[in-house]
Write a protein that binds this ligand. Structure first.
Ligand SMILES: C[S@@+](CC[C@H](N)C(=O)[O-])C[C@H]1O[C@@H](n2cnc3c(N)ncnc32)[C@H](O)[C@@H]1O
Length: 262
């Protein structure tokens, strides 16, 4: 459902595109798509627009700048119905959209009548698959620079899988590569497991889809360990996501935008 909200929400915005790109790609991809809540009725996407409003231009700008600068590969783990491969279509640039098999199959169906010669749709499960191997099999070239973008993904993965993903991208990142993700953060003093279980219990009644929330320092340490360098680590680009009580205190969870170079 969140996947649908993201793509339906982005289709509401006026966004840039390349000369060869398709400005209607978002609308094409969401045709007939509905955001349906767990209990059935269509969900109101308007509250999510505030979260998407800074996120969409942040990632659009990264992709536009990369393809303009001649970065030849864009890898989008957890792409969902992201339209950037079509919106920013550029001669000489290969896009790789990665997602779960059923999502990839549906995306392929939606794009049947579209020129996707520059796009490889890759079925993967970040919980079980070796992402480096999957990328190699898909034709990704680890000797050429890549922009990796993971927008609103790692929040939904288990911490170990996030670490494996970030390490795998680093292993396939030639000099000149960049990794950009959204990372949910909590105040430094709190224990991450406690925060995630409070979110799970209070917001989702124990069935929560949100699995990885860390302090900013822990995110930075993870990037560093994997070989990704966050420039301007003191400069925080973030949007407030939600608040909840943890151990008797109201805690703000923020979505931070982390961009790092290989
Ligand atoms: C919230 S959506 C965001 C989609 C897209 N990045 C966007 O901003 O529109 C998260 C995406 O991650 C994918 N995803 C979640 N867990 C995954 C997993 N274990 N393996 C592969 N993809 C996964 C979901 O299917 C979904 O498309």
């Amino acid at each position: 459902m969140i996947r649908e909200v993201c793509s339906l929400g982005r289709a509401e915005f006026d966004r840039p595109h390349t000369d060869g790109g398709d400005p209607d790609a978002a609308r094409l991809l969401v045709r007939g798509l509905r955001a349906v809540g767990p209990d059935g009725p269509p969900s109101d996407i308007s509250p999510s627009l505030d979260l998407l409003a800074p996120r969409a231009p942040y990632f659009d700008r990264l992709v536009l700048d990369a393809v303009t600068a001649g970065v030849p590969q864009v890898v989008d783990p957890g792409a969902g119905y992201d339209d950037r491969a079509l919106r920013f279509r550029t001669p000489g640039v290969e896009f790789f959209d990665l997602d779960l098999p059923d999502v990839i199959a549906d995306k392929a169906r939606r794009l049947e009548a579209t020129d996707t010669a520059h796009l490889t749709l890759v079925a993967v499960d970040f919980g079980t698959d070796d992402v480096a191997e999957v990328l190699a099999r898909a034709g990704h070239d680890a000797d050429r620079p890549t922009l990796f973008i993971a927008e609103h993904l790692v929040l939904f993965l288990e911490p170990d899988d996030v670490e494996r993903l970030i390490t795998a991208t680093s292993g396939r990142a030639a000099p000149g590569s960049t990794l950009a993700i959204t990372a949910e953060t909590h105040p430094t003093a709190l224990d991450s497991d406690l925060v995630v279980s409070a979110v799970d219990e209070l917001m989702f009644g124990g069935a929560g889809p949100l699995r990885t929330i860390r302090a900013r320092d822990a995110w930075l340490a993870l990037f560093d360990k994997a070989g990704w360098r966050v420039e301007d680590a003191d400069e925080v680009t973030a949007v407030d996501h939600f608040e909840l009580p943890v151990s008797g205190e109201v805690v703000g969870i923020r979505t931070q935008f982390l961009t790092a170079t290989a």
